[in-house]
Design a protein around this ligand. Structure first.
Ligand code: TYD
Length: 222
């Protein structure tokens, strides 16, 4: 008897600026997938591998001054490791992957925020062989001032969180431009709405993807 072919997992990423509710909604997405019977690997960028986590600590918490291009290349280096050694193998084994940030974060923060340009950041990734984009990206969006109010209550500020408003305005514009260019993959969610409305919206976006996978696996949603 032949073994049934493995249905590859789906690759999801969650994006947004500081204070948009990424952590709470990441947990919500994870729970939604798990209660539908999906096996999901939750990971993050920068990070997700041992080397990536070491790069993360330099990127976010070191005192070294850094050129914008250095920051971009280290974000990309972390991603090269993450895709090759964690994301692609998990997807191939049938697991879903949910990444707390991915390539769009570099387009927004380094391309927009640091003014390197979205196209240059894309080109670097192509050069480095990072071509796998998520099947679905959820972009939590809200005005900068509102996100600022929310993070004001937290005390730890990392190297990037410490940037001023114009930096985050550029990041936000770049995120929204990416979403506009690729509306099938990137779904923008108004994160200024109450949490229950945000989560209803997320569940609506996930539903067709879950249904498609469960059908492919010969199961029904019940
Ligand atoms: P974040 O994901 O917000 O984690 P935490 O909730 O622990 O603060 O922090 C990661 C920071 O790194 C955030 O400021 C965005 C930034 N970043 C980039 O600038 N470029 C990238 O490519 C990625 C993945 C993150």
């Amino acid at each position: 008897m032949s073994t049934p072919a493995v249905v590859p997992g789906k690759f999801l990423s969650l994006e947004g600026l500081e204070g948009v509710g990424k952590t709470t909604n990441l947990e919500f997405i994870q729970e939604t997938l798990q209660s539908a019977g999906v096996s999901v690997l939750v990971t993050r960028e920068p990070g997700g591998t041992e080397l990536g986590e070491a790069l993360r600590s330099v990127l976010l918490h070191s005192q070294h001054a850094m050129q914008a291009e250095t920051e971009m290349l280290m974000m990309a280096a972390s991603r090269v490791e993450h895709v090759a050694t964690v994301i692609l193998p998990a997807l191939a084994s049938g697991q879903w992957v949910l990444s707390d940030r991915y390539l769009d974060a570099s387009l927004a923060y380094q391309g927009g925020g640091r003014e390197i340009g979205v196209q240059r950041v894309k080109d670097i990734h192509t050069l480095a062989g990072v071509t796998r984009m998520p099947d679905l990206t959820l972009l939590l969006d809200m005005p900068i001032a509102l996100g600022r109010e929310r993070i004001a209550v937290r005390n730890a500020t990392d190297r990037i969180e410490a940037e001023a408003d114009p930096f985050f305005e550029r990041c936000r514009s770049a995120y929204l431009a990416v979403a506009k260019e690729d509306p099938v993959r990137v779904k923008v969610i108004d994160a200024s709405k109450p949490l229950d409305i945000v989560q209803t919206k997320i569940a609506q976006i996930l539903a067709p993807l879950l249904e498609e996978t469960l059908l492919a696996n010969g199961r029904s949603l019940g």
